[in-house]
Design a protein around this ligand. Structure first.
Ligand code: NAD
Ligand code: ZN
Length: 234
């Protein structure tokens, strides 16, 4: 096996679960009687913008009451101390990776702390509620929406991700169900490239058999242990 230089890490809702942010597919995956998949779509945004904006306003407000857990902190330590290449690709829209201190990070599905202008594409930091019809500071259109990639929309920064996976020696998937593409397919790209692949998840996922190794347990225990191993072997 060749030495590990370049690492790509994919994180999902499971990494934030122990901070108290609910995963989508766990028990109670309904929100006010709606399937989450029905709220997070461009069609829903057109049909009932108040409902969709409120859903994300509540998620954004909830961030004030949560803090990063041991898994976020361990990944931030890896980011600081790993001398090789590293990219953390998170599917999470929360900001717990950055609050723990991670910087080599991108949000493939967008972020609660950002608003996107549907008219001109400008982005602006968003803290409080974002009612439908909020105005864009750049172009003046009443077109601000949550900066979130809805089901059926194209994930952000795919070029950077393709490049990073194409150059990685180790691909690690943490707390993700392997149900949402294209992220669910990253392990295949990593395997095609000849990288080692590890999954750290509470339970076996849809894509488990595609990984060289699966470690099962809570992210707050598995991730610090794995990071310590990787840094010790550096
Ligand atoms: P998911 O809900 O589909 O799957 C979560 C996975 O995490 C499951 O496999 C589960 O077994 C595992 N898990 C649960 N608790 C865990 C723990 N303590 N330690 C380790 N693993 C644990 O989430 P997903 O795969 O990220 O995909 C869902 C989509 O929902 C994503 O696109 C994401 O954008 C969005 N989402 C984001 C957040 C967030 O920002 N925190 C929360 C919910 C959903
Ligand atoms: Zn604009």
């Amino acid at each position: 096996m060749r030495a590990t230089r370049n690492i790509v890490i994919l994180t999902g809702a499971g990494v934030s679960a122990e901070s108290g942010i609910a995963t989508f597919r766990g028990p109670g995956g309904l929100w006010e009687g709606h399937r989450v998949e029905d709220v997070c779509t461009p069609e829903a945004l057109r049909a009932d913008p108040a409902l969709v904006h409120r859903f994300y306003d509540l998620r954004r407000a909830a961030l004030a009451g949560v803090v990063p857990n041991a898994a976020h902190h361990a990944l931030a330590t890896l980011d600081r101390d790993w001398a090789g290449g590293l990219l953390i690709v998170t599917q999470n829209v929360d900001d717990l990776h950055e609050r723990a201190g991670a910087t080599r990070l991108l949000h493939i599905h967008g972020a609660l702390g950002s608003a996107l202008c549907a008219a001109c594409g400008a982005r602006a930091p968003q803290t409080g509620a974002l009612p439908p019809g909020s105005r864009c500071d750049s172009c003046g259109s009443a077109a601000l929406r949550p900066d979130i990639v809805f089901f059926g929309e194209i994930p952000y920064e795919m070029d950077r991700i393709v490049e990073a996976i194409g150059a990685c020696d180790l691909f690690v998937s943490i707390g993700t169900s392997g149900a949402v593409y294209p992220a669910a397919g990253f392990v295949e790209w990593a395997n095609d490239r000849g990288a080692a692949t590890i999954e750290l998840n509470l339970e076996r996922s849809a894509g488990s058999e595609q990984f060289d190794e699966s470690r099962l347990g809570p992210a707050s225990e598995l991730v610090p242990a794995w990071v310590a191993e990787i840094l010790a072997g550096q």
